[in-house]
Design a protein around this ligand. Structure first.
Ligand code: ATP
Ligand code: MG
Length: 259
C-alpha cells in the first residue's frame, strides 16, 4: 500500500503462508492497512482470500509469517484474544442465533461480561443505563441498515442478503477498532449495497480500519482506498482502485478477460 512515513499502520502481515495437505491456499502474502482506511482483497474463487482471513484472525494457524495489529504481534494469538484487541470479523457464511430475532441477535452481540451479575445485583441503575444504551445502539443500526421491517423476525426467516446485514450489524455492536468482512455484499439487494457502502465509509470516517473481501467490484472500487488482488494463494497485483480497474493482469486473472 502507499503509506507515507507519517501514516500510522493499523495492521500488517508479512510473508504469511498456509497450506492444507498439498494445497498452498495462502502463499507468502504480505499486506498492510493504514489506520482509518478501507483495504480490499479481491480475486477469483479459490484464490485463498478466506483462508488468509482465517489465519489473520487466529481462526487458523499460520504456517509462516508475521502479523501485527496496532503494533502487537498476533500470529500466535488465539482468535478470542485477537478479538479482544479490537479486531473482529464476519464469516462468508454468516453466524448468529437462528432462533433469535434480529434485535435479540444484536443485543446478544452487544452484551459485555462486565454488565452481568455484579452490576445487575449491586449497580442496578448503572446496569439499566448500559442496557438502554445497548438497545439504542441496536435500534440505530437496525434503522441505518434498513432492517426495521424485520427487526422482530427470527434470523432463520431472513433472506441471505438480510442475514449478511445483520451479521455486519452484530460486529458493530462491540465497537471494534478493526473490522474484517468476508463478502459483506454477497446476496445483498442493490438498495442494501448503498447502505452497506455508507456504513463502511462511516466507520472509516470514525477512524476504524477495514479489510474487505468481496466479489462485487463496483462496491469494492467505490469504498476502498487500496486493493490487493489474489490468485492461487498469492498477491499478484496491488494498487488504488483506479490503478486496479485498468490493470491488464486484473482483467485477465480476475475478470476472465482474454485481453
Ligand atoms: N480447511 C481446508 N482444507 C482443505 N483445503 C482448504 C481448506 N480451506 C480452504 N481450502 C482450499 O484452499 C484454497 C483457497 O480457498 P479459500 O476458501 O481461501 O478461497 P477464496 O478466495 O475465499 O474463494 P471464494 O471466493 O470462493 O470464497 C482452495 O483451493 C480451497 O479448496
Ligand atoms: Mg472465500
Amino acid at each position: 500500500m502507499s503509506t507515507s512515513s507519517t501514516t500510522e499502520l493499523a495492521f500488517s502481515a508479512h510473508n504469511v503462508s498456509k497450506s492444507f495437505g498439498g494445497v498452498q491456499a495462502v502463499d507468502s502474502v504480505s499486506l498492510q492497512a493504514a489506520k482509518g482506511t478501507i483495504t480490499a482483497v479481491i480475486g477469483p474463487n479459490g484464490a485463498g482470500k478466506t483462508s488468509l482471513f482465517n489465519v489473520l484472525t487466529g481462526f487458523d494457524q499460520t504456517d509462516t509469517g508475521e502479523v501485527s495489529l496496532f503494533g502487537d504481534r498476533i500470529e500466535r494469538e488465539p482468535a478470542w484474544k485477537i478479538a479482544r484487541k479490537g479486531m473482529v470479523r464476519s464469516f462468508q457464511t454468516p453466524v448468529g442465533f437462528p432462533l433469535l430475532s434480529v434485535w435479540e441477535n444484536l443485543m446478544a452481540a452487544g452484551a459485555k461480561e462486565s454488565e452481568s451479575l455484579f452490576r445487575g445485583l449491586f449497580q442496578r441503575s448503572r446496569w439499566l443505563k448500559l442496557e438502554r444504551e445497548t438497545a439504542l445502539r441496536a435500534d440505530t443500526l437496525i434503522d441505518e441498515l434498513g432492517l426495521k421491517s424485520v427487526k422482530d423476525q427470527r434470523l432463520e426467516d431472513l433472506t441471505a442478503g438480510q442475514t449478511k446485514l445483520v451479521d455486519f450489524a452484530r460486529l458493530l455492536m462491540v465497537q471494534p477498532r478493526m473490522v474484517l468482512l468476508d463478502e459483506p455484499a454477497a446476496g445483498v439487494a442493490p438498495n442494501g449495497i448503498g447502505r452497506l457502502a455508507d456504513q463502511v465509509t462511516d466507520l472509516r470516517a470514525r477512524g476504524i480500519t477495514l479489510l474487505i473481501i468481496d466479489h462485487n467490484i463496483q462496491f469494492v472500487f467505490a469504498v476502498s482506498d487500496y486493493v490487493y488482488v489474489m490468485a492461487e494463494g498469492r498477491v499478484v497485483v496491488s494498487g488504488t482502485p483506479d490503478e486496479i480497474a485498468v490493470h491488464p493482469m486484473v482483467a485477465e486473472i480476475y475478470l476472465g478477460s482474454s485481453k
